[in-house]
Design a protein around this ligand. Structure first.
Ligand code: FO1
Length: 306
């Protein structure tokens, strides 16, 4: 079974770690949170997935390398940098230095990602950026105007009121040939339990991706990240509301309507089962909590067998 998984960062990493003992797979990683810091190209979701599959992710925080230190960042702050609100660790920084150098050398983001994954010993799981173009998720806020997702989420601690979300650069971007081939030959496409607005929609808004998934003969299954009126973590509910989508699993179903065959939802949202079925997809009810390795594997198995 050839499995392709659309991912974001933190929440997706837990799910991907659960899927790891079950099968080899290709990850199509979100690029919408990519940004430049200190002259370096930083790809948080790609790196979170890479560190997770390499067993080096700081699973407490959900990002960065376990045991990392922040000496370079502290020195950057002393030098006068204003960008030290984004906590890049010393080991993590090496990834960004190497990736930026590869890209400046003419390599694509796909090639740079592959080189870093290989160096981290990730061989049986392929990590593909959704596109080699720069796409960025931009949030308009009532208080401070438009900003990059990282500024909204990290610098402003997600406290501002989002009014709209857009994916700058998406319209001109194209999925890579590697992504097109992986989706076309997949038997199963899984959408991770990730923030639909910041993790999945940046990928789906690249012209050709939705169509490629729809055309693929694969069985398509999404796992909802929502529980009740919110998500386990992150700004999903606020941003879904800003997009005019109800911040529940039913809202996720409406967003993925026509794209997936089945949606896995949490058992506490059982009452949404019928409305979700009416949205034109099968609805599977289970515990979607990923508290430890066992529950991660269990949820991954549900998605793999749905
Ligand atoms: N998230 C934070 O909440 N604070 C940080 O300082 C931070 C730094 C950071 C550095 C590298 C990296 O790969 C991820 C980092 N994240 C940080 C996570 C990131 O902001 C988001 O959670 C993802 O982009 C959303 O998927």
């Amino acid at each position: 079974v050839r499995t392709v998984v659309l991912s974001g960062g933190t929440g997706s990493a837990k799910f991907l770690m659960g899927l790891q003992p079950l099968c080899h797979y290709t990850v199509v990683a979100n690029v919408g949170d990519n940004s430049w810091f200190h002259g370096l190209y930083v790809c948080p979701d790609i790196d979170t997935v890479t560190y997770a599959l390499a067993g080096e992710l700081d699973t407490e925080r959900g990002w960065g390398v376990r045991g990392d230190t922040f000496n370079a960042l502290e020195r950057l702050r002393e030098l006068g940098s204003r960008d030290t609100w984004f906590k890049i660790g010393d080991v993590d920084m090496a990834t960004h230095v190497y990736r930026t150098a590869l890209i400046e050398d003419g390599k694509t983001l796909t090639q740079a990602t592959e080189a870093i994954a290989r160096a981290y010993g990730v061989r049986d799981w392929r990590i593909l950026p959704a596109t080699d173009s720069h796409v960025e998720t931009r949030i308009r806020t009532a208080e401070k105007g438009e900003m990059h997702l990282q500024e909204f989420w990290v610098r402003e601690a997600g406290r501002l009121t989002p009014t709209t979300v857009r994916y700058a650069g998406a319209r001109a971007a194209r999925p890579t040939p590697q992504v097109e081939r992986a989706v076309a030959s997949a038997d199963r496409v899984i959408l991770c339990p990730a923030n639909p607005i910041t993790s999945i929609m940046p990928t789906l808004s690249i012209p050709g991706v939705r169509e490629a998934i729809r055309r693929s003969k694969a069985r398509k299954v999404a796992v909802s990240p929502m529980v009740g009126q919110g998500a386990y973590s992150g700004p999903a509910a606020k941003l879904m509301a800003a997009k005019g989508i109800r911040p529940t699993s039913l809202g996720v179903a409406e967003l993925y309507r026509g794209l997936v065959d089945a949606l896995v939802i949490d058992e506490s949202d059982r009452e949404m089962e019928r409305s979700i079925s009416k949205a034109g997809m099968e609805c599977l009810v289970t515990s979607t909590l990923m508290r430890n390795r066992d529950s991660q594997v269990r949820l991954a198995r549900v998605a793999l067998e749905a």
